[in-house]
Design a protein around this ligand. Sequence first.
Ligand code: MN
Length: 200
Amino acid sequence: MAFELPKLDYAYNALDAHIDALTMDIHHSKHHAAYINNLNNAIKGSALETQGLEEILKNVSAHAPVVRNNGGGHYNHNLFWKVLSPNGGGVPKGDLADAINKYFGSFDKFKELFSAAAATRFGSGWAWLVKKDNGELVISSTPNQDNPLMDVAEIKGVPVLAIDVWEHAYYLKYQNRRPDYIAAFYNVINWDEVGRRFKL
Ligand code: MN
């Protein structure tokens, strides 16, 4: 079955104070759609058509670069839309808040480290909050459309939170000011969804 572009849970202009409507529109309807289209074309008629996306990514080193780039692109954007919300922001709660305090010392320290990972990723890529197999929370960043599910990732685990730092994610509103986009991102983080993913 071919992969499909998911509908967003909110309107393109719903995050406008922090991520503008035109960026959201192009990012979802053009960039994400292109990853899906390229992925579907790449796996058409192959054994990968019967695999789930996570299964494909976990063995991605065995597949062509087009599968790594576009399969990662599809997974990463699915996650990104879900961890954004017009009702987002604030601070994490419950078990997730406890784990952030345990592994980073405080929420402010977590923000400092996550922001630094996002700001210092050279070129295009992502920063991640990752839950490792032993339950530990760590921050990482990956180039291009790689992610922590991939067997090629330096730090592997369940992606809990992600920020897209490709220029297409912020350039219309923030131009070269990636740190301003990163700071604004905290106002739209859907901590309920991040907390749900933390328990996966
Ligand atoms: Mn993107």
